[in-house]
Design a protein around this ligand. Structure first.
Ligand code: ZN
Length: 204
């Protein structure tokens, strides 16, 4: 039972392919749990596709492909290294991850190796812990894979996606008996206090 979904703006950006890679992965993870949002994305893609069909075709130069390749700025395809975490949903199964960091007692962070202006990773939080207090300056998405947390907007279980509108005044706390595993991506995220020092040290 999914209770928390991405905003319409986020789903539309996802369908249009304009979300940065890490944010797109978190959205895709939610979609793997949520038939309602899959339908919404399929509709948005169909509308976008029919708009493209209405555009008049433009002839390409004979050497268009050569020109594109000659630019040499094509992004490198991501290195797909299967990770050890069992039961990762489809979109995350073949992502590449960095090493796992113990960022605080009961909190482990494993960065996703993605490109683009957002970054992301897996957070494994032990029962009773809180997420680090932080502020964000852009879109931030969190999808629960296992366990659950609570914040001012309610309870988030497996498949639920949190998309906060402002800063977290009250960091989410883990209320499940098992560790809570989330995939998180953010465009701008600043930790406070000692966490902030650590964030700069490990280059987040
Ligand atoms: Zn949904």
């Amino acid at each position: 039972m999914i209770n928390h979904h991405p905003s319409d703006a986020t789903l539309t950006s996802y369908a249009a392919g304009t979300l940065p890679e890490a944010l797109g992965l978190v959205t895709a993870t939610h979609l793997s749990f949520c038939p309602a949002c899959r339908d919404a994305v399929a509709l948005a893609e169909a509308v976008g596709g029919s708009m493209l069909e209405d555009l008049a075709p433009v002839a390409m130069a004979d050497d268009a492909l050569v020109q594109v390749l000659a630019r040499g700025d094509m992004p490198e395809p991501p290195v797909m290294t299967p990770v050890r975490e069992a039961k990762l949903p489809g979109p995350l199964k073949y992502c590449s991850f960095g090493r796992s960091w113990l960022v605080a007692p009961g909190l482990r962070w494993r960065p996703l190796r993605t490109s683009g202006r957002a970054w992301g990773g897996l957070l494994v939080a032990q029962p009773g812990r809180r997420f680090p207090r932080h502020a964000h300056t852009g879109l931030e998405l969190t999808c629960v894979l296992r366990g659950s947390f609570v914040d001012a907007n309610g309870r988030y279980g497996a498949g639920d996606l949190a998309e906060p509108e402002g800063d977290h005044d009250d960091p989410p706390s883990i209320d499940s008996d098992e560790p809570c595993v989330c995939v998180i991506a953010s465009e701008g995220f600043r930790l406070g206090g000692a966490f902030g020092l650590l964030q700069r040290m490990i280059g987040l």
